[in-house]
Design a protein around this ligand. Structure first.
Ligand code: ADP
Length: 407
């Protein structure tokens, strides 16, 4: 299916860019081009997530005994994180230009989001010996927002503040209510922004041309701020950039409309550090051998779990009959049937009504998530799969409350 999509995309983009008689080019229809871009990005993201998953899992499986190995493990994890970020940004950009970004808004306490963002940024900042000072008002800071998208906005701004500051630089994050708005300021003392870039800085692909900035680019695509603006505006907010020029630092100000406090706070991570308690029978269904091997090894490492694997849907159904798994870790793009069809077949088996079906996939697509849920899949997680992600799966309240089918 992915190959078909790619073929179709190749054909379509070739037609779009073909040259007619003389030097007159056929005009490219922007919306058609945007749709193709969305498809290409979706295919690319899917194809990259699989190898990333293998690298992430392998890094998690390393047992570093020397300082050099521990450093290698950290480097691998950092590179996977950076590539995953790029893949996500690409996909988000194409969604945004196609008006396909979806928000799941709810009243959230911005302070709770900030806490988890600061935590997730800590290793990046530590890696550059940079400090982050957070100044958060005492007053409530509730907004009606999609917590994950707001985290994305903050992470993009803080990542830039770090990327465009020198080693040892100081970054400041301020959160304060201003009348009917909540204001976020991200301030750095880094390389600053040239006056001619400032007005266009929120356009996709706008980047500084200066050599100094290029040294700091760190492989960026010029997408992050475009996404920040699009996400903030989808929340009826605004974003502005200020800088007194090169070498004089930068300041980004985001404003979201405030909302009434709600008595349930957003829990950015439902994880606890405890190991999963009981052992489960786990079936790994993935047609990519490397993914399968790494997944099985990860599952065994986080607990004494019995594992089996299958490389296609029909082999999975045979394995399920004899093995009766508690958990199936399921890739959705199988050679003989889709993971969704397989899930529906599994649900027809009496002994597997309670089996915990987890899609581990490279498809980051809302329709696919919904189709997965209606096919009986309990959890949908995006590759790359990490040890932490699997631990969260094994502690999931839905799985724990079912208690497994085999024990
Ligand atoms: P990227 O960082 O991947 O190039 P962004 O869209 O996040 O893409 O940023 C666009 C450009 O804006 C950057 O290339 C950089 O020139 C400039 N920029 C963004 N944030 C800062 C900052 N905090 N300090 C200096 N320049 C910045």
């Amino acid at each position: 299916m992915i190959q078909e999509q790619a073929d179709e995309t190749n054909r379509a983009s070739f037609q779009n860019h073909s040259v007619s008689d003389g030097d007159a080019r056929e005009p490219i229809d922007r919306s058609v081009a945007d749709r193709h871009l969305l498809r290409v990005c979706a295919v690319l993201a899917h194809e990259l997530r699989n190898p990333l998953s293998v690298i992430q899992g392998s890094a998690d499986l390393m047992n570093p005994e020397t300082k050099a190995d521990a450093r290698l493990q950290r480097t691998l994890r950092k590179q996977v994180e950076r590539m995953t970020h790029l893949v996500n940004d690409l996909l988000d950009m194409s969604r945004s230009t196609n008006g396909k970004t979806q928000l799941r808004r709810e009243p959230v306490d911005l302070k709770v989001i900030v806490e988890s963002v600061v935590q997730s940024m800590s290793s990046t900042l530590r890696g550059h010996c940079q400090s982050l000072e957070t100044v958060i008002a005492e007053h409530p800071c509730w907004i009606n927002a999609d917590p994950h998208r707001v985290s994305q906005v903050l992470i993009n701004l803080l990542s830039n503040a770090s990327k465009y500051s020198n080693e040892g630089g100081e970054i400041r994050l301020q959160i304060s209510p201003q009348r009917d708005q909540i204001e976020i300021r991200v301030i750095d003392q880094g390389i600053g922004i040239e006056p001619d870039l400032l007005p266009d800085i929120f356009q996709f692909f706008a980047q500084s041309k200066s050599q100094d900035s290029l040294e700091h680019r760190d492989g960026g695509l010029g997408i992050g701020l475009g996404l920040v603006k699009s996400l903030v505006e989808m929340h009826d907010g605004s974003v502005q950039a200020f800088s007194d020029g090169p070498g004089r630092g930068s300041e980004f100000v985001v404003r979201f409309p405030a909302c009434e406090a709600f008595d349930r706070s957003f829990d950015g991570s439902c994880e606890s550090d405890s190991q999963p308690q009981r052992s489960y029978r786990v079936l790994v269904v993935d047609d990519r051998r490397d993914n399968e091997l790494v997944l099985k090894a990860l599952v065994r490492k986080i607990g004494a779990h019995e594992t089996r694997s299958a490389h296609n849907g029909s082999a999975a159904l045979v394995a399920i009959e004899v093995f009766t798994p508690d958990i199936v870790l399921l890739d959705l793009g199988l050679p003989d049937m889709s993971g969704l069809e397989l899930a529906r077949e599994v649900r027809k088996i009496e002994a597997c009504r309670e089996t915990f079906l987890v899609a581990l996939t490279g498809y980051d697509d809302q329709e696919m998530r919904e189709a997965a849920a209606s096919s009986g899949i309990d959890l949908y997680r995006l590759k790359p799969v990490s040890m932490d992600m699997l631990k969260e799966v094994f502690r999931h309240p839905k799985l724990v409350s079912r208690g497994g089918v085999s024990g």
